[in-house]
Design a protein around this ligand. Sequence first.
Ligand SMILES: [Zn+2]
Length: 232
Amino acid sequence: MKKIFLFMTIFTYMAVASGYSSSISHISTDIKKRMIKGKSWKRGCPVGLKDLRYLKMSYKDFNGKTRKGEMIVHKDVAKGVTQIFEELYDMDYPIYKMRLVSDYRGSDWQSIEAGNTSALNCRSITGNSKKWSNHAYGKAIDINPIENPYISRKGHISHKASHKYRKRVHNSSRGAGDKAMLLKNDRATQIFEDFGWNWGGDWRSIKDYQHFEYKKKKTYKKAKSTDNSNLF
Ligand SMILES: [Zn+2]
């Protein structure tokens, strides 16, 4: 009897210790300061701070260790995003890093170079300074950007570490890096799509394998991949 009790105690403890947790908060004064100082948001951005939410979410790193990440998204998608990351957590999908883009002074390039998974960044579309990116609305998320590179129309990849992930075929000898790579029929990709997010890996002329952006489900079903290269 004692043995059973001990076993149950350990089991309960492990379930708590390895379980997923998340929180959704309004943008606090401290976070606002970080965002402004870190150039990820300023007055004049298309979405005001009151419509953004600060998320803390568990994730598993490349060593399988549970960590807490942070992310800022639009309030309309906040709950769904915490559910997506719960599913990713439960399936042991590894995430290299999850920090605010303001930690990289709002630089998309630096954030990618660091392998950072992130959402809000008040910036224009890559290659078109006149249009806001969906990241500026907090309705786009980039996942493991080194393993899931942006590949230009001409086939250019700007981050050296991404070159070995140009060929989109799983290769388990790469370990966590391979698990992080998103392919069309992968469970991780499907989870986002199930929650109504479009995937940049479906675009025709350019490929943005790290990029998911929110579309209402109905719109998503109708919008088959024509050339969506003006959306990222
Ligand atoms: Zn993106």
